[in-house]
Design a protein around this ligand. Structure first.
Ligand code: THU
Length: 163
């Protein structure tokens, strides 16, 4: 019997003022785009903006539904748009911000499990890691160099191969 360990490091910044100008500008865009969320039920407005390898930007916000499970997160809205609009172009960086209308928005939140799986698939199909910038409307910022770090022992297309 062996015990395997999994460890990953991420960068923590006290505020967006400490970021490079490129990272800060992407996070600022994500913070602004939270205004486009459709979240009348949770009132938790999430905005995501990606910079693609071809220099294009793609946005996503959460889109809720009165039938709650039909709702889709900002990250997956973005990934679907990116795959359609810029097929096979890798995503370099994705900034994800949120504005909680019923509470504070001053510490980073990280993508839900379903979005981690969707990020993993996008990264696999484009053969490229996705760097994540996570924050609220103010306060600390986390930078995770590879979104796959958030999904240890991931399940993917290779697992479905027959040999
Ligand atoms: N949500 C996202 O859009 N992204 C996340 O990473 C976490 C949660 C959305 C889903 C739902 O519309 C609302 O936030 C509250 O869970």
């Amino acid at each position: 019997m062996n015990i395997e360990t999994y460890q990953f490091g991420y960068s923590v910044y006290e505020s967006s003022d400490e970021l490079s100008s490129e990272d800060k500008s992407l996070l600022d865009k994500a913070r602004v785009i939270t205004q486009k969320a459709y979240a009348p039920y949770s009132e938790f407005h999430v905005g995501a903006v990606a910079l693609l390898k071809n220099g294009e930007f793609v946005n996503g916000t959460n889109q809720e539904n009165a039938s709650y499970p039909v709702s889709i997160c900002a990250e997956r809205t973005l990934l679907s748009s990116a795959a359609m609009l810029h097929t096979d172009i890798p995503i370099d960086i994705m900034a994800i911000a949120y504005h909680n209308l019923n509470g504070k928005s001053d510490k980073p939140v990280s993508p839900c499990g379903m979005c981690r799986q969707a990020l993993h698939e996008y990264s696999q199909r484009t053969h490229s890691p996705i760097r994540l910038i996570l924050s609220g409307m103010e306060g600390k910022v986390f930078i995770i160099d590879h979104s796959d770090d958030l999904l240890p022992l991931s399940f993917g297309g290779d697992d479905l191969k027959t040999n």
